[in-house]
Design a protein around this ligand. Structure first.
Ligand SMILES: [Fe+2]
Ligand SMILES: [Fe+2]
Length: 219
């Protein structure tokens, strides 16, 4: 199978799983406390800091200039999202400056991504798949904000964060087309994508309900 064919197939496979991520069911297990905009934004801060850090770690451990700069771009965008979300929390009366989203440690998705050493696995899991999940979750979060009457947060996600996450997904697509060129590489990419989706799906199980914060809106 050519790399283009492989990426199309992987995309279809991912989308089929993503359709199962039901709106509020996806959000509920990730929040400690009430399901409201500030609590969800706190979860988002953790996702943004983890996404920033994983991209930054990966940019220092590849010699491929195109890949390096893709991770650099992503790290910068995720750090920008972090600041925008922290600013929005302050407007909502929550001072995020004393809040350390990593106080309870890194989440299982971060820990999994951190084990990946090849470009094909990294771009498949961390960009192509994780950012596709982010797009779906952010769309759900925008609907949630609209229903809650928070138009400012909805607009921040609709106009800035969601388009950036979509761009990260597209970066992943182009790097995957470049790197998933052999049956072995395609198998590695497929496995990394499946593991990433499985970690996202586990959030919907009751077992993780008590495990605190995992993956959520806005990475
Ligand atoms: Fe992103
Ligand atoms: Fe982000």
């Amino acid at each position: 199978m050519t790399a283009e064919e492989f990426v199309r197939e992987l995309d279809a496979r991912n989308q089929a799983v993503l359709e199962r991520l039901a709106p509020d069911a996806t959000l509920a297990p990730e929040v400690s406390g009430d399901l409201n905009v500030p609590n969800l934004l706190r979860v988002a801060l953790k996702n943004e800091i983890e996404a920033t850090e994983i991209a930054a770690r990966w940019l220092t451990t590849t010699d491929d200039v195109e890949v390096k700069m893709a991770f650099a771009r992503q790290a910068g965008d995720e750090a920008k999202h972090y600041r925008m979300i922290a600013d929005r929390l302050r407007e909502l009366g929550v001072d995020a400056r004393g809040f350390n989203p990593l106080a309870k440690g890194y989440g299982p998705l971060f820990n999994y991504l951190d084990t990946l050493t090849t470009t094909v696995e990294r771009v498949s899991a961390g960009q192509f798949t994780r950012e596709a999940i982010a797009v779906v979750k952010n769309r759900q979060f925008i609907e949630f904000c609209d229903r809650a009457g928070d138009r400012v947060t909805a607009t921040l996600y609709r106009d800035v964060i969601e388009p950036d996450e979509r761009f990260h997904h597209e970066l992943g697509r182009s790097l995957l087309v470049r790197s998933a060129t052999t049956p072995e590489a395609q198998e590695m990419a497929r496995r990394a994508a499946a593991r990433t989706l499985a970690l996202a799906e586990e959030l919907q199980t009751a077992a993780l309900r008590t495990a605190g914060i995992h993956h959520a809106p806005g990475c």
